[in-house]
Design a protein around this ligand. Structure first.
Ligand code: FAD
Length: 457
């Protein structure tokens, strides 16, 4: 039998179920085509993400070369035809990837592409812990409230053995492509071994301060596992195993951390079962809201020019680094969807292009949480006040100053609501409207508008 193994964002040597599949079936496999469908980043704003993706890919290819393995590098659109030409009867593919850059890379679209050529598709689980169909409640319905999902499934997490295939023993089955990447992406992205080192250090030390560090803004002190998981650099089962092994050392912080990973699972399950909610409100009653489509306001939000330093610093963090703290993702998404009342899909798309850890399920549901249109979302009347968020989470304005250097010498207490301290700021050589923007909206008026729109529904 000739098989195709599609390495779609499962860029790891260890604990890779796709390699395990070859190992389990090696007696029946005559030839195996390892195929990496390359993602295309041709839209505005995707350059940083593209470099990161290709950096990860290059490291993965280099690791495979050590085992004399050279996968085929294709465009997603060529997959069906290529496999058909090579006489491939069956393709094996990770069916649970959510971090695809374009929706057309998802498993639903891929299955259709292979079906067109009558190629059998076998899916394996590679990147999420739970299979959606086994997570239903007693009525056979998906859980739509996170706490219920968490309570029902937390106890199902367990420790797992690692796979014990030897990649070197499988390489003779794999056809060599003699292909390499067209450009050099050395020092970009993250390799599997770096990801493993970072994670091992994190679980040995930093996780013990997870609860406090999670809200610390000036530096990223969280795990950044979102990036690792977006490229499939470490197996989620291995992560869960390590967390359970370390559990007794610090139950409180580790449980908090597990809870966050369960959020990722929850959103994955919902996104798999309700894929249309990538584009429309999860909560049907909010589908006809008359959002604003003010392009100028949107542009000012994108560029970090709203006149609210905490929002502008966060947008600058995203634009400069391709990453943003969770708290700040909540603040800027609430600001866009509530203060500016712009439809969440615009912000979601902006994040998609720039976040190096972009994951369709977590992103869509994060946005719908803020817009109050999602399942188990923030109730509309709990609209964030950006200035209060700033005082609470960046009291000394260290985060603001990191990402808006022209405010470096300004007294911190003026930076939560600069528009209320115009004179004091002038004495510190910051003129609003010149050195730093005036506010784009009046939060009180914006709040009144949000309340009146949502109350009518
Ligand atoms: C508007 C918005 C958009 C978001 N977009 C994405 C996205 O594209 N990709 C993405 O991975 N996460 C997204 N998140 C969730 C969250 O912000 C990130 O997972 C987190 O900030 C990543 O940092 P970390 O890995 O250091 O997190 P840690 O605090 O170390 O958490 C560990 C892991 O738990 C999971 N996790 C933590 N918080 C959440 C959450 N709120 N929702 C789902 N999973 C979570 C992630 O896998 C994370 O890696 C979004 C949140 C919001 C509010």
């Amino acid at each position: 039998m000739t098989i195709g193994v599609i390495l779609n964002r499962v860029f790891r040597i260890h604990n890779n179920p796709l390699f395990e599949y070859i190992n389990q079936n090696k007696e029946d496999i005559e030839k195996c085509y390892l195929i990496i469908p390359q993602e295309i980043f041709d839209e505005d704003g995707t350059e940083m993400k593209a470099n990161y993706y290709y950096g990860v890919l290059q490291s993965f290819l280099e690791a495979l070369h050590q085992y004399d393995i050279e996968p085929f590098l294709l465009d997603y659109r060529e997959l069906g035809e290529f496999c058909s030409d090579k006489g491939i009867d069956e393709v094996v593919i990770a069916g649970d990837i959510m971090s695809y850059h374009h929706e057309s890379y998802d498993i639903r679209h891929l299955k259709k592409a292979f079906n067109k050529y009558n190629i059998t598709v076998t899916t394996v689980r590679a990147n999420h812990y739970f299979k959606p169909s086994i997570t239903m409640n007693k009525q056979g319905e998906p859980y739509k409230v996170f706490t219920s999902f968490y309570k029902a499934h937390r106890s199902k997490l367990r420790q797992h053995e690692s796979y014990n295939y030897e990649l070197g023993d499988l390489s003779h089955l794999c056809v060599k492509s003699q292909q390499t990447l067209k450009q050099d992406y050395s020092n970009k992205g993250l390799s599997e071994s770096q990801a493993i080192n970072n994670w091992n250090n994190y679980i040995e030390q930093d996780i013990q301060n997870y609860e406090t560090n999670r809200e610390y803004l000036p530096e990223v002190l969280t795990s950044q596992l979102s990036i690792v998981l977006a490229y499939g650099l470490i197996d989620i089962k291995q992560i869960v195993t390590q967390l359970l092994e370390a559990y007794e050392e610090d139950e409180h912080n580790i449980e908090q951390f597990i809870r966050e990973l369960m959020f990722r699972e929850f959103y994955y399950v919902l996104m798999t079962l309700y894929p249309h909610t990538a584009h429309e409100a999860f909560n049907e009653k909010y589908r006809d809201i008359q959002w604003s489509y003010n392009k100028n306001n949107f542009k000012r939000w994108c560029e970090g020019q709203t006149g609210f330093p905490i929002v502008d610093a966060a947008m600058s963090e995203l634009n400069q680094t391709g990453f943003m703290h969770n708290r700040m993702r909540m603040v800027v998404s609430q600001f866009l969807t509530k203060d500016l009342f712009i439809e969440w899909t615009w912000g979601e798309d902006y994040f998609r292009r720039r976040l190096i850890d972009f994951d369709s399920a977590s992103n869509v549901h994060g946005w719908q949480w803020s817009a109050s249109t999602g399942t188990d979302a923030a109730p509309y009347f709990r609209m964030f006040n950006p200035s209060r968020q700033s005082e609470r989470f960046d009291k000394d304005a260290l985060y603001i100053k990191t990402y808006i250097p022209q405010l470096n010498d300004v007294t911190a207490k003026y930076l939560h609501e600069p528009f209320k301290h115009e004179e004091a700021l002038e004495q510190e050589e910051i003129k609003l409207g010149q050195d730093y923007p005036k506010p784009l909206v009046d939060h009180k008026e914006a709040r009144a508008h949000v309340m009146s729109v949502f109350k009518q529904i």
